[in-house]
Design a protein around this ligand. Structure first.
Ligand SMILES: Nc1nc2c(ncn2[C@@H]2O[C@H](COP(=O)(O)OP(=O)(O)OP(=O)(O)O)[C@@H](O)[C@H]2O)c(=O)[nH]1
Length: 187
């Protein structure tokens, strides 16, 4: 299966107050956890989509958004225009409990359903587009949607999306938005 991993790493972290991706977690920067999960799930080619300001902080190949802070749909579009693979496994960089088995399950589902355009995890009935796999077939509609300043939701509603249900409150999908989110999950 021709797949690359894509870390979304160009957010503002305005609710957190400083760049959350670089917060120390288990001895490394938080975003490294997402990279490790993809590597351990067998993805050998990993890219980071980010902005010019943050790019020097990363060791993996970066894709730079010329217009920063356009949001995840713009970031995905910028990256998919450049990436040569059939599938792109997306992960946010603010997921302290993200794990390889979750990513493996998404990839297995993509393999088992070759006509699906997106494999979209759900937990508690919530869609998780920042933890999903996207086929290159999404690109034409993605181009149209970025022109209209649309959302990830508009994308997964417009193509052949296969949802993949994980248990309620599965920790892999917990993300950190505010400093107090750590406390909430550690207590
Ligand atoms: N490349 C890129 N990544 C983004 C962008 N916006 C959000 N992300 C990433 O998407 C993930 C979830 O980000 P959010 O918490 O929704 O947004 P944020 O801007 O980081 O934080 P807030 O300002 O508090 O909303 C994180 O890994 C962000 O770095 C963007 O415009 N470009």
């Amino acid at each position: 299966m021709n797949i690359v991993g894509l870390l979304l790493a160009g957010g503002k972290s305005s609710r957190y107050g400083k760049q959350k991706l670089f917060e120390a977690y288990e001895g490394r920067a938080l975003f490294q956890r997402s990279i490790k999960a993809m590597q351990n799930a067998g993805i050998s080619s990993i890219y980071i989509v980010t902005n010019r300001e943050l790019a020097p902080a990363f060791e993996h190949p970066v894709i730079i958004e010329e217009e920063p802070h356009g949001g995840p749909l713009h970031a995905l579009h910028t990256a998919m225009e450049m990436l040569p693979s059939d599938w792109v496994q997306v992960l946010a960089g603010d997921l302290p409990y993200v794990d390889a088995p979750t990513v493996e399950t998404i990839l297995q589902t993509a393999k088992a359903h070759p006509s699906a355009d997106i494999i979209l995890p759900t937990t508690n009935g919530r869609h998780q587009p920042l933890h999903a796999a996207y086929h290159t077939r999404c690109l034409p509609i993605l181009r149209e949607l970025v022109e209209n300043e649309s959302s990830m939701k508009a994308l997964y509603e417009a193509v052949k999306t296969r949802t993949l249900s994980f248990s309620n409150d599965h920790p892999a999908f917990i993300n950190i938005n505010r400093p107090e989110d750590w406390r909430e999950h550690h207590e």
